[in-house]
Design a protein around this ligand. Structure first.
Ligand code: NDP
Length: 447
């Protein structure tokens, strides 16, 4: 329940219009809770029914993706692209290939993307897409045939100035390559229609590292304000994909000891500090399971069940796998074990109850919208380089990323303080991201 009748009405409409989409409801509720003081201070937004417009995607595309597997059988998946908000720039947001994907998950991700993209201060709107296709266990040829079929339909709706997808869970360099190849073939144009591309065809240096590195840059700022740092800290990171690997790399460079990482089956604990080269070999090169780690590191332990990673004692926790992976019970264990900082690399990895637990116990809490915005920010830098037909060096991109993350922290923390919520970075990120989009929507009229 909100104090504002207007927000209550909007929330009710969201639930009625979007039944069976709990993740989308969760994402909307969290943003609306943060916006209460802003709506109260700015009656013009209610008058223009701005919030009801904001929670309704501009366009939702759902399509059939038929493809043929290696045994000659016809398979059918479902494809999605939700073009949520283009007020401040072309739709921008990743594609997720995972069996759990459904419309509600894509909508929650697309909705969050609006505010995250706004926070980067770059001109990008919000969108998200994907499919319930599972690349795990598929041959390269099967993945290619799927990607070509997916892009054959998606190509009708995207473009370098319209909608620029990128990677997410299950969509890495291999998938982006196949998707880009098919787009180029269909449209006969060589433009920056996707980001996360390979370096030989328009990709940006430091894009691969950007989300994980950016997460650490943001966390460093948050820690510094509290008189702390990564130096000497014990860190636990869930996941072992793109975000987790580069968060581990940067946290280690900053002097931390990362002792645990996971995949959807279980987690490894290495008290000596995770050997990241071994994780990269297993996950990036061999595409195998994290449990293989103990074959080359007998001193480490493997535990079945990924949720138990939060029982490992740590100072800083960086959830980098998936939504709602940290529940209230896990949050209480982290608190009891003395963890003082949680920053989200994944999107919405903490349940509302977990966030409440962190905040009521005085932990530093960096929400995904702010803390993992480095990936999309660097995607926007890739778009700039493609437009200029020019490439910046790794150091140039990394420096821009670092300064963007510092700026996001500053804007988030100032917005929280301005609306009487100092130290509440959830509210700060939602408010700071919202204001720019709201002002732009007001200026552009009822569209
Ligand atoms: P990857 O596919 O590279 O890695 C995902 C990791 O999370 C894998 O270790 C995977 O394990 C694990 N995982 C996935 N689903 C589940 C699940 N249901 N339960 C437990 N573990 C799971 O994806 P990314 O690293 O790119 O993305 C991770 C998170 O970061 C997502 O929430 C994504 O939306 C977010 N994000 C990503 C950005 C990017 O630039 N890539 C940008 C901003 C946010 P397994 O191999 O067993 O499936």
């Amino acid at each position: 329940m909100f104090n504002s009748q207007y927000l209550n009405d909007v929330m009710e409409t969201v639930i009625r219009r979007n039944p069976s989409e709990p993740e989308f409801h969760q994402a909307v509720r969290e943003v609306l809770e943060s916006l209460e003081p802003v709506i109260e201070a700015n009656p013009q937004y209610e008058k223009a029914n701005l919030i009801e417009r904001l929670v309704e995607p501009e366009r939702t595309i759902i399509f059939r993706v038929p493809w043929i597997d290696d045994n000659g059988n016809v398979q059918v998946n479902r494809g999605f692209r939700v073009q949520f908000n283009s007020a401040i720039g072309p739709y921008k947001g990743g594609l997720r290939f995972h069996p759990s994907v459904n419309l509600g998950i894509i909508k929650f991700l697309g909705f969050e993307q609006i505010f995250k993209n706004s926070l980067t201060s770059l001109p990008i709107g919000g969108g998200k897409g994907g499919s319930d296709f599972d690349p795990k266990g598929k041959s390269d040829n099967e993945v290619m045939r799927f990607c070509q079929s997916f892009m054959t339909e998606l190509a009708k709706y995207i473009g370098a100035d319209t909608d620029v997808p990128a990677g997410d869970i299950g969509v890495g360099a291999r998938e982006i390559g196949f998707l880009y190849g098919q787009y180029k073939r269909l449209r006969d144009e060589y433009t920056g229609v996707l980001t996360g591309k390979g370096l030989t065809y328009g990709g940006s240096l430091a894009r691969k590292e950007a989300t994980g590195y950016g997460l650490c840059y943001f966390t460093k700022e948050m820690l510094a304000d509290a008189g702390k740092s990564f130096e000497g800290a014990t860190v636990v990171i869930s996941g072992s994909g793109n975000v987790a690997i580069y968060a581990c790399e940067k946290a280690t460079q900053m002097g931390a000891r990362v002792v645990a990482m996971s995949d959807s089956n279980g987690y490894v604990y290495d008290k000596n500090g995770i050997d990241l080269a071994a994780v990269k070999q297993i996950k990036e090169v061999e595409r195998k399971r994290i449990k293989e780690y103990v074959n080359t590191h007998p001193e480490a332990e493997y535990h079945e069940g990924c949720a138990n990673i939060w029982t490992v004692k740590c100072d800083i926790a960086l959830p980098c796998a998936t939504q709602n992976e940290v529940n209230e019970e896990s949050a209480k264990i982290l608190v009891a074990n003395g963890c003082y900082c949680v920053a989200e690399g994944a999107n919405m990895p903490s349940t509302p109850e977990a966030i409440a637990t962190f905040q009521s116990n005085g932990l530093l809490f960096g929400p995904a919208k702010a803390a993992n915005a480095g990936g999309v920010a660097t995607s926007a830098l890739e778009m700039s380089q493609n437009s200029m037909r020019y490439s910046w060096t790794f150091e140039e991109v990394d420096e821009k990323l670092c300064s963007i993350m510092k700026n996001i922290y500053k804007n988030t923390s100032e917005a929280a303080a301005k609306y009487g919520k100092a130290g509440d970075f959830v509210a700060g990120a939602n408010i700071a991201g919202f204001i720019k989009v709201a002002e732009t929507m007001m200026a552009q009229g009822v569209v």
